[in-house]
Design a protein around this ligand. Structure first.
Ligand SMILES: [Zn+2]
Length: 337
């Protein structure tokens, strides 16, 4: 027995005013043929040694039995169901509308009625798959108020974006897990926060920063920092492609949250990088900023073709086989100090 609280009040067991303990007792009970153990709450009279539950406690104890059963049989608990609903900020009634369930279903599931397995599966799917929730939401659009729909849509979209970002990070990490040579990444473990910071910093300093140029400026910044300090800034590994150095995983990196660009259609699609609103280069230290500033000063105003030509003249590029990782050791022979 655990005492949760004591207070002096009229004790309903002995009808005297004295200190009454609110206690938690572990009890056993059978529910739907399953024996479950659950924490029950009572008022305890120390004089008569009697336990008494008020209406609120009876309700809570009843819910504790159901939740113990749900937990034991692998169903979401009432608290977890509330958590799924709150993840999207949806009301009980609207969630029932979205799922096409009868009006009070969610309210009941968040309380005493144990959900069936099929409904449990749907609630779990909503929890892990915001894209699917979004589809269900769109289907129910006409049944919801405009304001509520817009709010739920915004919440679900945020979860989609953050999930997409997690997938991107995982896929970039998988690419880098295959690089077994520390020299490929400049003796630094890939730091995506720094990658995002360098991209934003470059976008702040350089006008009209298109993709090919960005890739080269990233390589030059990392290579120059390596030449000066024996390690790269970002931990990116660069591959020697016909147009020069390109970071491994660049397609995923471009889509990370925090990397912003505008798309233009010229002869082909062009990506122009722009700094994220309110960006500050907080995670870059003075040496790192110094190396990037040097690169921006030297190459920032060059056209894409001019910087490709520069890159083609670098020993590091000339000595690396096409489509292979450019070793940072060549940074010693970089054309810039
Ligand atoms: Zn009493």
């Amino acid at each position: 027995m655990k005492i949760l609280k004591s207070e002096i009040k009229l004790c309903l067991s002995c009808m005297e005013e004295h200190e009454v303990n609110i206690v938690e007792v572990i009890e056993n009970e059978g529910f739907k043929g399953v024996e479950v153990e659950f924490p029950a709450i009572y008022e305890h009279c120390v004089i008569s040694d009697e336990y008494l539950a008020n209406e609120e406690m009876i309700r809570a104890n009843n819910l504790a039995v159901k939740d113990a059963y749900r937990e034991k049989t692998g169903l979401l608990t009432s608290r977890e169901i509330i958590g799924v609903r709150e993840k999207y900020g949806v009301s009980q009634k609207d969630l029932a509308e979205i799922l096409d369930w009868s009006m009070a279903t969610i309210t009941r599931y968040e309380n005493h009625q144990v959900q069936d397995r099929a409904h449990d599966d749907i609630l779990r799917k909503i929890d892990v798959d915001p894209q699917w929730f979004l589809e269900m939401l769109k289907r129910a659009k006409d049944k919801l108020s405009t304001k509520a729909y817009a709010y739920y849509h915004r919440r679900a979209s945020q979860h989609c974006r953050s999930q997409k970002n997690q997938y991107l990070i995982a896929s970039i990490r998988a690419i880098y897990a295959d690089l077994d040579n520390a020299e490929s990444t400049g003796f630094v473990e890939l730091n995506l926060n720094k990658v995002i910071a360098v991209i934003n910093y470059l976008a702040q300093q350089v006008n009209d920063l298109y993709k090919v140029k960005l890739m080269k400026l990233l390589w030059y910044s990392d290579a120059l920092h390596f030449k000066r300090h024996g390690r790269s800034i970002t931990g990116l590994a660069y591959c020697a492609l016909p147009m020069g150095a390109v970071p491994e995983g660049h397609e995923q990196i471009m889509m990370l949250e925090g990397v912003n660009y505008e798309v233009f259609l010229y002869d082909n699609i062009a990506y122009k990088f722009i700094p994220a609103p309110g960006f500050e280069a907080k995670c870059l230290d003075a040496d790192e900023l110094n190396a990037i500033d040097r690169i921006v000063g030297e190459f920032g105003a060059l056209s894409t073709q001019q910087i490709i030509d520069k890159m083609h003249d670098e020993e590091a590029y000339k000595c690396t086989d096409s489509r292979c990782i450019i070793p940072y050791s060549f940074a010693a022979r970089l054309s810039i100090d």
